[in-house]
Ligand binder design. Sequence first.
Ligand code: ADP
Ligand code: MG
Length: 239
Amino acid sequence: GDQAELLRKKLEIHVKGDAVPAPILAFSSCGLPQKLLQNIETAGYGMPTPVQMQVIPAALDGKSLLVSADTGSGKTASFLIPIISHCANFRLSNFSNHKRPLAVVLTPTRELCIQVEDHAKLLGKGLPFKTALVVGGDPMARQLYRIQQGVELIIGTPGRLIDLLTKHDVELNDVKIFGLDEVDCMLERGFRDQVMQIFRALSQPQVLMYSATISQDIEKIASSMAKDVTVVSIGKPNR
Ligand code: ADP
Ligand code: MG
């Protein structure tokens, strides 16, 4: 309503899409698991950053998002918090010995994947939430074994994940959230076809896509992956 619009204006949160939930002012106001809230507090996050204020409630609502915000604005937690929340809730209500991955996050580089995993471990501590890194430089057999032991989130670079998927059977049918961090950078590195190939291995996931700038090309990619993509950009409009 009007409140939401005022808040967005004040925080320079621009949204394009239907029925976008209002931004939240506190992490505690959108029903996140208690343990996750504790971890957020332990991490030293008092208030959500503007991108988190808008992305977290929209992602929890199931929306597919195309997001743009400055470096250092807290984008990582904006996708990890909804992912961890989904994974924890799913595992706590669906008991199964065969644990298939529930989310996949792609980033352009091994280093970025490691950073995202560290962040995920911090926020997911004490919850039914395990991660597997699928990046070059480590033995693929070990990465595969880790996935087979049961993980909630796979974090990888497109090249290595394709490598693993084409050589081995990894069941991705339970993947509900597909995160793409720094997608513009992935395109620059020539990963476009690989990103699309990984997308096609999933069954209509919710897409959380991040890019420094939102070009028509990137909007097109996002809408080819999900219908009704909500665009969220923080700060000066990017176009
Ligand atoms: P980027 O938007 O560039 O991906 P990051 O997600 O890496 O930014 O976050 C930048 C820094 O801000 C990190 O050190 C992270 O721990 C910190 N951070 C994220 N969210 C918050 C918050 N709500 N309050 C305080 N610090 C935060
Ligand atoms: Mg980032």
